[in-house]
Design a protein around this ligand. Structure first.
Ligand code: ADP
Ligand code: MG
Length: 355
């Protein structure tokens, strides 16, 4: 073998080794796939890192659209006259009604959260939500004529409110209403839908995702390069969205929901009427709590708890959050000026740092 040939062979061998080394050590290009759309009177946006092989993002986008349409229009919406919930609301009391497994699951959780929050969260508050103008509207004129209901009117609507009027049989999938109740799932359904999308992704073997419907989140894994997902706490102002604070998922699977009185409200004679209704007084809550964020294992639970805290207010809410050892972040309007004051539980504090 000549010297040149030997050198040539060595060069080829080195090149092959280099190529193998490159294949082994070069970071694979990991993409974030994004899609979104409209659902439940709001928008959704989804980020998936690293699709399972052989599947395209379009297939996932299509499946998510179908899933959300099902949960919204066919099951939980009070805006769709033929949804399961609308039919349930029209059906007479004292007759057991057959319900879907999903409806049983969401109602079971709703009742559990009502018990946990002493009735601050109550899906039977629907008649009052509608009367105060925050439901699927009857007629705008009706509402504007006498936007603020009289006390006797509130008292009469309160007769139909109370989660104890719901007798749920989770084994046999039936619901018995013991009063003429009207159920509104707006305080929990978005979170529930997020969980359904997460379940679907988990089953499909997706290791990292960020699911958001109308601000309610479910997060898993890391962004490319082991970067933590960084959810934001929105500034409680009704202008264009601004970041108030951020926190870190740190690779944990977490669910987050926020509630606030700063987007969905109306003002009359200088009074601010929020879409969160206190099921005890039958009136929109009025206190200095501007928004609240809850981190939980499921988004449905976080969603319902966030609504409950908005009803309870900063003082009682903080007490309950501590007692339950839940990760909760409260933003209150400060008494002086137009600033905000933040208060969070110990459990939430651990998400304020990168770990
Ligand atoms: P958002 O829709 O802004 O995320 P929430 O999750 O707090 O807010 O849901 C608020 C909606 O829940 C209201 O628009 C109303 O339909 C319903 N709701 C209002 N008060 C209550 C309550 N006390 N318990 C359960 N649901 C409520
Ligand atoms: Mg809610």
């Amino acid at each position: 073998m000549t010297e040149t040939l030997r050198r040539h062979r060595l060069t080829i061998a080195a090149a092959i080794l280099l190529a193998i080394a490159f294949l082994l050590y070069s970071p694979r290009v990991v993409e974030i796939h994004e899609f979104g759309g409209a659902t439940m009177g709001t928008t959704y946006s989804i980020k998936i890192v690293d699709l399972p092989s052989g599947l395209g993002v379009e297939e996932f986008a299509q499946a998510v659209t179908e899933l959300l349409t099902h949960v919204d229009k066919e099951q939980m919406s009070t805006y769709a006259p033929e949804s399961e919930l609308s039919r349930l609301n029209r059906s007479p009391p004292y007759t057991p009604i057959a319900i879907s497994a999903e409806m049983a699951e969401v109602l079971g959780l709703a009742i559990e959260i009502s018990e946990l929050t002493d009735g601050a969260f109550d899906v039977t508050v629907g008649p009052l939500v509608n009367r105060w103008g925050f439901g699927p509207q009857t007629s705008v004129a009706d509402v504007l004529d006498a936007r603020i209901p009289s006390q006797p009117e509130i008292d009469s609507l309160l007769q139909r409110v109370g989660y104890r009027h719901l007798q749920l049989d989770r084994q046999n999938l039936t619901l018995l209403k013991t009063a003429d109740v009207y159920i509104d799932l707006s305080g929990i359904a978005k979170g529930f839908a997020v969980d359904k999308v997460a379940e679907y992704f988990d089953d499909a073997g997706i290791a990292s995702y960020f699911i958001e419907i109308g601000g309610e989140l479910r997060i898993k894994g890391y962004k490319p390069g082991q970067q933590t997902w960084v959810p934001a706490i929105e500034k409680p102002v009704d202008t264009a969205p601004q970041v108030h604070n951020i926190f870190y998922a740190n690779g944990e699977s977490i669910a987050v929901a926020g509630s606030g009185d700063y987007r969905n409200y109306f003002e009359e004679n200088g009074v601010h009427y929020s879409h969160e209704i206190d099921p005890v007084t039958g009136r929109p809550v009025s206190h200095n709590l501007a928004s609240v964020y809850v981190i939980e294992a499921t988004t449905a639970r976080a969603d319902a708890m966030a609504t409950a805290y908005m009803v309870l207010g900063a003082e009682k809410g903080f007490e309950l959050a501590q007692r339950l050892n839940e990760a909760v972040y409260f933003v209150t309007k400060s008494t002086a000026g137009d600033g905000f004051e933040d208060r969070y539980t110990e459990k939430f504090e651990s998400y304020l740092q990168v770990r």
